[in-house]
Design a protein around this ligand. Structure first.
Ligand code: FES
Length: 87
């Protein structure tokens, strides 16, 4: 079981290992539009646990450039452990 923590709301959500984070992020208030990694609406900042997210996708690289602390929530799966985000 993985944990996704939202700094903005202090909410922590349990997710199965390997689950997409989009739905939990949407419920926490992250805005979504295309859900395909194209529009950039769902940008989140990962403040802890970047290694626990799925590999940086080509769609994310195209929109965000080099990997730093930002990810597209519609493209990420949580692999396990704990990930802390803000938006
Ligand atoms: S909703 Fe468009 S990039 Fe994620």
């Amino acid at each position: 079981m993985a944990k996704l923590f939202f700094e903005d709301t202090d909410d922590e959500i349990d997710l199965p290992d390997g689950a997409p984070i989009a739905e939990a992020c949407e419920e926490a208030g992250v805005p979504f539009a295309c859900t395909e990694g194209v529009c950039g609406t769902c940008v989140i900042e990962v403040t802890e646990g970047m290694d626990n997210l799925s590999e940086f996708s080509q769609a994310e690289a195209d929109f965000l450039g080099d990997l730093n602390c930002e990810r597209l929530a519609c493209q990420c799966k949580i692999q396990g452990g704990r990930v802390k985000v803000k938006f």
